[in-house]
Design a binder for this molecule. Structure first.
Ligand SMILES: *[C@@H]1O[C@H](CO)[C@@H](O)[C@H](O)[C@H]1NC(C)=O
Length: 318
């Protein structure tokens, strides 16, 4: 596609907007992360092997906060929530009580979540269907939901609304109940881990523990071969990932006194926007992350955007 700058500006801009909004095949997917927990969550993002890291690999999400960022076509990786993080205001270094990625800082920079952790997993298509799921195979640390805004396909929401920390069997409980281990992590046996003689769908069956997870969160992976009821597809979708989708969840019994039932959302801070607001493209981190998040294959697309921006600035100066 080649537009001459002499074309009428609004037509050009409208075309770019159409490309932005409609041509999902070219931009992959947009993730919107929303924190409905009454505590701060530090999302972590890790690309799978063979997929490049997004421009964003970790950040802070205050209660009521949200953040939008794109992922290129063919991106695959996982997104999770870290809790109980403590980053030194001077050195920016620190760790998290759950979901820590070992980077010792806000960004995970290629570090994976240490279990137990609730994981949302994505394989974004390229004009083909996306695959997504919520996994409790590595345990559980907080309620999380995936809502696709789909265009075609089944496009079902999935995730775990239940606060499993409150239903966690004692032998799986971590510390004060901030997280719930998988039976595999707690007991390290091939039977629970679907390894060794149990490394196939026919030999690895749901355990008494995975059944507790499945009962609480029917659409999530409760053990490694739980595919049939846990994998979802959608084509050309964007995804909203909500931490604590139902407001009943509390971090742990340690968190006292309980906060008021519906605290007012805090004002927008920095790149964050309040829940429910659709930020303007130019104001949102989406734009700055857009370029770093794209693979080189999308360069012509990115340069047409840059050109549009330059035209916008040029015209506003006249
Ligand atoms: C995505 O992957 C498919 C299959 O490997 C490939 O044909 C396609 O060109 C890729 N698309 C992009 C935009 O990288």
């Amino acid at each position: 596609m080649d537009f001459s700058p002499s074309h009428y500006f609004s037509i050009y801009f409208a075309l770019i907007l159409v490309l932005l909004c409609i041509d999902k095949g070219a931009i992959g997917a947009t993730f919107t992360l929303i924190n409905k927990c009454d505590y701060t969550v530090w999302p972590g993002i890790l690309a799978n092997a063979g997929s490049s890291e997004l421009g964003i690999t970790g950040f802070e999400l205050l209660p009521g906060g949200s953040r939008i960022f794109p992922a290129p076509p063919n991106w695959s990786g996982r997104i999770w929530g870290r809790t109980g993080c403590n980053f030194d205001p001077n050195t920016q270094q620190g760790t998290c009580a759950t979901g820590d990625c070992g980077s010792n800082q806000m960004s995970c920079n290629g570090g994976g979540a240490s279990p137990p952790v609730t994981l949302s997993e994505f394989t974004i298509g390229s004009g083909t269907q996306d695959f997504y799921d919520m996994s409790l195979v590595d345990g559980y640390n907080l309620p999380m939901m995936i809502d696709p805004h789909g265009r075609t396909g089944a496009c079902e929401s999935t995730g775990c609304v239940t606060d499993l920390n409150q239903q966690c069997p004692n032998e799986l409980r971590v510390g004060d109940g901030a997280a719930c281990k998988s039976a595999c992590e707690a007991f390290r046996s091939p039977e629970y881990c679907c390894s060794g003689a149990y490394a196939s769908p026919t030999t690895c069956k749901p355990s008494v523990y995975s059944k507790i997870f499945k009962f609480a969160c029917p659409k999530s992976y409760s053990y490694a071969y739980d595919d049939a009821t846990s994998t979802f597809t959608c084509t050309g979708a964007d995804y909203t990932i909500t931490f604590c989708p139902s407001t009943t969840s509390k971090k742990s019994a340690r968190d006292s006194p309980p906060p008021p039932p519906s605290p007012p959302p805090p004002p927008a801070i920095g790149s964050e926007t309040r829940t429910g607001e659709i930020p303007l493209i130019v104001n949102s981190p989406w734009f700055s992350n857009f370029f770093t998040g794209l693979s080189s294959k999308s360069h012509s697309y990115a340069s047409s955007l840059i050109f549009t921006l330059i035209m916008l600035i040029f015209l506003s100066l006249q």
